[in-house]
Write a protein that binds this ligand. Structure first.
Ligand code: SF4
Ligand code: SF4
Length: 142
């Protein structure tokens, strides 16, 4: 089992969504994984694009899905690598180039659940690329 003491920081949104930030720390398991960033179609409303009043995601990094929705380039059909992912999946140094600007699906996807148990979906994706499962983690509310 891989041990991780990294603090997962939880942000409760006005619309009841829960966003999560991971510390930029050597114990952050995402910084040697990246499995979820090459698995899902990462889709969002166009309002999350930087060209929208409250958006953050760089326009040039998204593809149109329909008149209201876009997704991260590379993830259009699922099982594709997101354009913002840098480094080698499963190896130290992998990272999101737009972490502070990433879209809401990425902010909502979490390593640990409310009770500190690892997200089974995250565990499954880690296992699929040959990484060890994670132990219980720690979450704090911002
Ligand atoms: S699969 Fe889990 S550990 Fe890997 S990058 Fe995604 S959230 Fe982080
Ligand atoms: S935007 Fe960043 S966190 Fe989201 S899928 Fe792409 S690389 Fe991963």
């Amino acid at each position: 089992m891989t041990k991780s003491n990294v603090v997962q920081i939880v942000h409760f949104q006005d619309d009841n969504r829960v966003f999560v930030d991971m510390a930029d720390d050597v114990d952050n398991p995402c910084l040697s994984c990246g499995a979820c960033c090459q698995h899902f179609r990462v889709s969002m409303y166009m309002g999350e694009m930087a060209s929208s009043p409250c958006g953050t995601v760089p326009d040039e990094m998204v593809s149109a899905i329909n008149p209201l929705m876009v997704c991260m380039k590379g993830t259009e059909a699922g099982h594709g690598r997101c354009i913002a992912l840098r480094g080698t999946v499963g190896e130290p140094g992998i990272r999101c180039e737009i972490y502070s600007q990433r879209p809401s699906p990425c902010r909502e996807y979490r390593v640990w659940s409310e009770d500190g148990t690892p997200n089974p979906d995250c565990q499954r994706l880690r296992k699929a690329i040959g990484l060890q499962p994670l132990r219980r983690g720690v979450a704090t509310a911002a």
